[in-house]
Each structure stands twice: as structure tokens, then as C-alpha cells.
Design a protein around this ligand. Structure first.
Ligand SMILES: [Fe+2]
Ligand SMILES: [Fe+2]
Length: 145
């Protein structure tokens, strides 16, 4: 499975969220590398980071979307919740898997899910609120972070 790299089309033009997305791209890249070689210690780290990322980044992003008055916030939040459910299920399956073969298969499945989800979500879902980010410019500096 090839590793994904940060692409310019993923850029939203709002540094705090772009930096978080870049961080997630790194986690996804690690998952691909770890799955390819069967590096289980790194996979544990990936599950931990993917979950932490989801919790922190999604709540930040949802808070920004609310601030800029993004009209499709509710559906976007649902998409985030589905990710959390999926990654939690994969983690659970990974933790109870008994054989090395099973673990390797789940690592591949997870890396695949993370890669597809990340590209799809940033390019098709996060991109939709990009035009609304200009509203941050008219906000007082305290709110414009
Ligand atoms: Fe999102
Ligand atoms: Fe995002």
C-alpha cells in the first residue's frame, strides 16, 4: 500500500486547522508503513494517535464551523462521529485478535481505512466549509485564532 502525502488541494488556508490535518497525514503515513512491515508497536501508537486526533481536531473544527456559521454543521459532525465509531471498532478488533496473521490483516485494514477516510473527508467534506473561513477575518482578534 503506498503512503499518502500532503497535497496542496488539501489546504484550507487557515493555518491552525491545516496544521492539524498535516499532523493527521503523518499518523496515516505511519499506519501505512507499520502495516506494510507488521510493526505492531507502531500500530498501537497509531490507534492511540488517531483517536486523540479525532477527539481534539474534530472538536476544534466543529467549534470553528460554528463560529463562521457553517450551515451543514450537523451532517459534518455526524461524519466525524462515524469516524470515531469506526476507528474504535477497528482498535477493539485489533486488541482482541489472537494471531499475528489476524493482527497484520487488521493493521492493513486500518491503514486502508485511515488513508481513504482522510483523503475523502478533507477533500470532499472539509473543503465545503473553506469558503466560510473568510468570515474569520471580520471577527475580533480574540476570536480569530
Ligand atoms: Fe471534518
Ligand atoms: Fe478536518
Amino acid at each position: 500500500m503506498p503512503a499518502i502525502l500532503w497535497r496542496e488541494q488539501m489546504e484550507l488556508g487557515y493555518k491552525p486547522l491545516d496544521d492539524e490535518h498535516k499532523e493527521f497525514v503523518e499518523v496515516v503515513q505511519k499506519s501505512v508503513e507499520a502495516a506494510n512491515v507488521g510493526d505492531f508497536a507502531t500500530m498501537e501508537w497509531v490507534f492511540e494517535k488517531a483517536y486523540d486526533y479525532a477527539r481534539d481536531h474534530f472538536s476544534h473544527e466543529e467549534e470553528v464551523m460554528e463560529r463562521i456559521g457553517f450551515p451543514d454543521l450537523e451532517n459534518h459532525m455526524k461524519s466525524h462521529q462515524v469516524f470515531i465509531k469506526n476507528i474504535s471498532e477497528l482498535r477493539q478488533q485489533y486488541e482482541v485478535s489472537a494471531s499475528e496473521h489476524e493482527k497484520r490483516q487488521l493493521a492493513m485494514k486500518t491503514a486502508d481505512f485511515l488513508s481513504v477516510w482522510l483523503i475523502g473527508h478533507i477533500l470532499s467534506r472539509d473543503k465545503v466549509y473553506k469558503p466560510y473561513l473568510v468570515r474569520l477575518r471580520n471577527m475580533p482578534p480574540r476570536m480569530n485564532y
